[in-house]
Design a protein around this ligand. Sequence first.
Ligand code: PMP
Length: 381
Amino acid sequence: MKNKFAERARLVKSSETREILKVTERPEVISFAGGLPAPELFPVENLKIACNAVLDEEGAASLQYGTTEGYIPLREAISHRMKGIGINSTIENVLITSGSQQAIDLTGRLFINEGDTIICESPTYLAAINAFKSYDAKFVEVVMDDDGMVIEELEKKLNNHPDTKFIYTIPDFQNPTGRTLKLERRKRMIELANQYDVLIVEDNPYEAVRFAGEELPPVKHFDTENRVIYISTFSKIFTPGLRLGWICADESFIEKYVAFKQTADLHTDSLAQRITAKYMEIYDMEEHIKKIKAVYKTKCTDMMRSIEEFFPKNLSYSKPEGGLFIWVELPEGIDSAHIFTECLKNNVACVPGTPFFPNGTQKNTLRLNYSNMSNEKIIEG
Ligand code: PMP
C-alpha cells in the first residue's frame, strides 16, 4: 500500500516525554518525569457525593448531549473565578474545552496558517509545541531569565518577524522551568502586542497553585484591545482525569472556537461538567486549592533542599513559587539524555530538557516534577 497519510502526518510524532512516561510507570521507579498532580489530593469522597447528587437531581439530562459552549453553571463559576483574578468576563467569554490541551489545539487550528511564526519562551510546553507544529507553525524562541521571558529580546524578535501570529506564554510557574513572568514584563508584553498587532495566547494552568511570593495579575488583566486569549484548566486544582479546561476570550473569538470545537467533539463531557459544577456548589474549591498549595510547598521545599544537599555545586536550578516543576541547568557540554539513562538504571526518572526547545537546542537541562511523589520518595530519589 502506498503511504496514505496526509502531508501533516509528517509534522508530528508521539511526544518523547510520553515515551519516557511509559518507562516510568513501573512501580519501583521514583518518577520526577511526568507532570502528574498528587493523587492523594483528589477529593474522591466528595466527588462521590457530587456525582450522586447530579445523577439523583438531574438524571438523564446529565447524560444527554449538551451545548458546545458548555454547561452554563460551570461557565458562570469560571467567569466568577476569572473576575476574581482581575479578568473582566461574562459567560459569553467562556468556552469549556476538553482539557486545556484542546484549547491549545483549537488555537492552532483557528489561527495558524502554514509557515506562520509563533513566538514563545525558550524552553516551552512540549505538547503546545507539538500542537502548533501540526499546523506547520515556525517557532521563534525568546530567552528567559529568572523573571520569565526577557522582554527586550521579545521586542527584537517581533521586529525581525513581522509575520508573527501570536506570542505563546505560560506566565506563572512555567512548564518546564517553574519561572514566573514579572509584573512589569506583563504590562510591557501587552504594549508590544498592541504595537506589533499580534495576539497573545496566555496558557495559565498553574496560576492558582502559588505557594510562595506575591500574587500577580494575569497578562490578560492588562489587555486593552481584547487580544489576549486566556487558557486554563481544572487539571491542577481539581483532577486532570475529568478533562475540563476553558478559554476566556473576546466573544468574536469564542464564536469561532465554538464552530471549530463542534467539528472536534461537539461538546465536552456533560457529566464531568455537571459533577464539577455541583462540587463547586456544595464545597469550597478555594479551600481545596489551599490544601494543594500547602502540600506542594513542602514537596518543592524538600526537592530544593535535596538538590542543595546531593547535587554537584556547579549547576543552577529554578526556585519556583508555585506550580509543579524545577528546571536544572547542568554545566555546558553535559548531555542530560545521559543523566536520564544513568538515573533510570537506579530507578529514578526525570525528563531531559531538549524536547522543550522547539528548535531542538540546549542539551544540558533537566525538568524535575515534585508534585506526584511523596516527600520521602523525593528525598530518596
Ligand atoms: N498547558 C500547560 C502549560 C501544561 O503544563 C498542561 C498540562 N501538563 C496543559 C496545558 C494541558 O493540561 P490539561 O489538558 O490537562 O488541561
